[in-house]
Write a protein that binds this ligand. Sequence first.
Ligand code: PHE
Length: 457
Amino acid sequence: MAESDIQRGSWNSKAGFIIAAAGSAIGLGNIWRFPYVAGENGGAAFVILYILFVILIGLPVMIAELAIGRHTHKNPIGAFSRLFPKSNWKLIGIMGVVTGIGILSFYSVIAGYTIGYFVKLLSGQLNAISGPAESQQIFATFTADPYVSIGYLFVFLIFTAYIVLGGVSTGIEKWTKILMPLLFVLLIILAIRSITLDGAVKGLEFYLNPDFSKIRPSTLAKALGQALFSLSLGMGAMITYGSYLSKRDNIISSAVSVCFFDTLIAILAGLVVFPALFAMGMDPAGGPGLVFIVLPSIFHKIPGGMYFGAGIFLLLSVAALTSTISLLEVAVSYFVDEKRWTRQKATIIMTITAFICGIPAALSFGSVEWLSRLPLFHIGMLDLMNAVFGNYSLALGSLLIAVFTGYKWGINAVKTEIEEHGNRFGPFGLWAFTIRFLCPIAIAIILGYILITGHYF
Ligand code: PHE
């Protein structure tokens, strides 16, 4: 290993990398965002599109990002300028760093709420919930308090900063390894409870039996955005994590595992949410509050449910944390590599930036009227940031990454990188086709259509 690699750090083991990358991918995107976006966009038909986009666009772009990262051993901006010095391709990286901080800001607001719910459940404040209407009321009151929202946002960012300060492998690997499998087990238990509720069948039908007449152009954009968001693609998180990979590691099998586990957890989250939601007669298009309203309404139907619920929200906070570390790490690795800042300085400054940008999002659940429904856009600040950074910027970033690897850096360069140290790039032809044609064309059509029709949100 070169001197500079030792200073940057690398993963302790191959499993360490997969775990960390899966930790970045699995988070609120799967458990908070996926069910409510699927609920708003027609259920099963959306789920099928989502899975198609994971396989046809997400997986190829993930392979491209990991190859760029490992080849250059650099942050997303440095990676492009190392491959093509003085070219404009580094703009992809700059957009990625900005997007990363943008996502980190609003994401940490929701992540903060998961800590809040953990505390609420543990202290017995949700014991006497009578049903979804009350659960809804509790969520609304909780999130409309500006001190609570900003306070938890702050707490969550401090946790994130603390781990990023510790550096890449010691901090990230240790946490993810034990807690993600536990989250998986608790979700399975919850899904079983949800599916066995009276009236759950209607929910299963909504979730699993597609009605393709419900697909609109904006459904395509949302399914694409959701796939990219959930897999942490399009803004360089996987370039950054790939830069800590060693040449021995197999990029293809790592990418396949990450996509598989990420999708599995999202599907499972849907199996928890939709049966319960229909059993209780709620509206599937309930918006960003959905899991916070549905989950507490089922906990009291389980023995010891409030502790169980506290466990779920705690693990959800941890899942969110392993994602926010990757968001922060993108910007931090850039300032450390390129601007020669110390890790400490970069972490502190970027965390403060995310905190400041997160405040308007934290105030958009009713505490400040105009932030909760922005003039012109007619949606709240958090929803706007979610759409801009969490959908469109990732789609544009992925499009550019596909064009870059397909035409500029070249498919053969990727093949060479992947096959170093004897690994084989089996489905190379298929990958090359998707990255050169399918990904750029599909994303361009979807973005173009949205631009023309103006159905942005
Ligand atoms: N993939 C993460 C999640 O699903 C969010 C994320 C998006 C993380 C983009 C990094 C980059 O929660």
